[in-house]
Design a protein around this ligand. Structure first.
Ligand code: UD1
Length: 415
């Protein structure tokens, strides 16, 4: 098993570039199938989830190559519509291929997806919406078979603005004759990025980033070039690393407009944060203040993906902070691990109460992607050595997190 040995207590300094967003590149890779052509995707982060998605693309007949950070997807020969169980079980976001295969091949066969264990992660909203588009979906023994013979445009209202369901509806309907609309759509920047890419491919999608999206079907799409937006969760993680180590660092390749909720909490905690074009500076306070109440919400609210790293930062504040996790019920798996480091955290269902103090190094284990990043951030500020297991989770969403942090002066060894 891979692990990190982290020697805590070192100040960070200098600058680091934030790589492209995992949650944008994955749906964009699926969207490339719809082009039936060659697409070039720049600033593609070479993450293990991206490598799994490459395998899925190859299984359905695409040829994929990586030149530096440019992912070239040739979908000219994409003609298969089945995704093997082992590839589907590897990660939750593979469900995005249900919409992409329906939109391109008119049928799909795949099984229920895997991914980080974040509690109940159903796909009922995806299936309900696709059925409203006239797609026949049969579920049997964990397999999903979709057939689009009677597919038609529809006005779909999502009872909850699910990111994945919004993406699946768009991918399924983008080549469908007529106009499909989504109300109460998810507004996450990664959805906007996917729609920007689709529009470059010749699609006609408007309203992405708002709660009402209009898709005017275009039968024929073509290849396109696109640069992935910066990863706002990687940026949040690095900001929290500055907080736990009481450091000043510079982040390159960030979008101020995507970071509002996290920046607001860190400013409340005493951080000085300044933006200049596509870069930012953060200077952490010597004595961080607690956060009154953080409630995770859909975008532009506080992102659930940044909740764990901010919890790690609040463990070092002077006072009591409260977090309410509203999106995923199992986001608190890091609490027992943080407690091994001396954290004082009380949890009751969705609420966590954090009494800030300082932490010490310990043997700890990551159990999901963002939890792994949070434990790394916590260990950076701790006195002494931490041994973190389960870093394969971190590799799903961060391109060599240890290199990014060591470049800033951290002492992390991958073993
Ligand atoms: C995406 C992100 C993930 C992020 C999440 C919320 C990707 C690859 N992943 O996940 O990093 O944490 O958005 O911002 O982009 N739900 C249902 N039924 C459904 C679908 C969702 O009940 O059919 C519930 C989920 O259980 C969860 C909530 O809706 O409680 C949010 O899920 P959703 O927005 O769909 O997140 P994902 O697309 O899975």
């Amino acid at each position: 098993m891979n692990g990190y040995i982290i020697n805590g207590g070192r100040r960070l300094g200098g600058r680091v570039r934030v790589h492209g967003a995992k949650n944008a590149v994955l749906p964009i890779m699926a969207a490339a199938v719809l082009s039936g052509d060659v697409c070039r995707i720049y600033d593609s982060p070479l993450l293990s989830d991206v490598i799994h998605t490459v395998k899925i693309l190859e299984t359905i007949g695409c040829s994929v190559s990586l030149e530096g950070d440019m992912l070239k997807i040739d979908a000219l020969s994409a003609d298969r519509w089945e995704i093997p169980e082992d590839l589907m079980r590897e990660m939750r976001s593979s469900i995005i291929f249900l919409g992409a295969l329906c939109g391109k091949m008119g049928k799909a066969r795949l099984c229920s997806p895997g991914g980080c264990e974040l509690g109940n992660r159903p796909i009922d909203l995806h299936l309900k919406a696709l059925r409203e588009l006239g797609i026949e979906i049969r579920e049997e023994n964990g397999f999903i078979e979709a057939s689009c013979e009677r597919m038609h445009p529809a006005d779909i209202h999502l009872s909850f603005p699910s990111v994945g369901a919004t993406e699946n509806i768009i991918l399924a309907s983008v080549r469908l004759k007529g106009e499909t609309t989504i109300s109460n759509a998810a507004k996450e920047p990664e959805i906007v990025d996917m729609c920007d890419f689709l529009n470059k491919m010749g699609a006609d999608i408007s309203g992405a980033g708002t709660e009402f999206i209009r898709i005017k079907g275009k039968a024929s799409l073509h290849g396109a070039e696109h640069k992935i937006i910066p990863d706002r969760i990687v940026a949040s993680t690095l900001m929290c690393a500055a907080m736990t180590t009481k450091s000043e660092i510079e982040l390159l390749n960030v979008r101020k407009e995507h970071l509002g909720a996290v920046v607001s909490v860190l400013r409340e905690s005493g951080a000085k944060i300044e933006f200049f074009k596509d870069k930012m500076y953060i200077r952490a306070p010597e004595k961080a203040l607690p956060a009154d109440m953080i409630k995770t919400q859909v975008y532009p609210g506080f992102p659930t993906d940044a909740q764990s790293v901010v919890m790690a930062a609040l463990c070092y504040s002077e006072g009591t902070s409260v977090i309410v996790e509203n999106i995923f019920d199992s986001r608190y798996k890091i609490i027992p691990e943080l407690k091994k480091m001396g954290a004082d955290i009380l949890q009751d269902a969705r609420v966590a109460i954090i009494k800030g103090s300082s932490l010490r190094g310990a043997r700890i284990r990551a159990m999901d992607l963002r939890g792994g990043a949070a434990l790394t951030v916590a260990a950076l500020g701790a006195q002494g050595e931490s041994r973190l297991e389960g870093i394969e989770y971190i590799d799903r969403g961060y391109v060599k997190l240890e290199d990014m942090l060591n470049g800033l002066g951290a002492d992390i060894v991958r073993v």
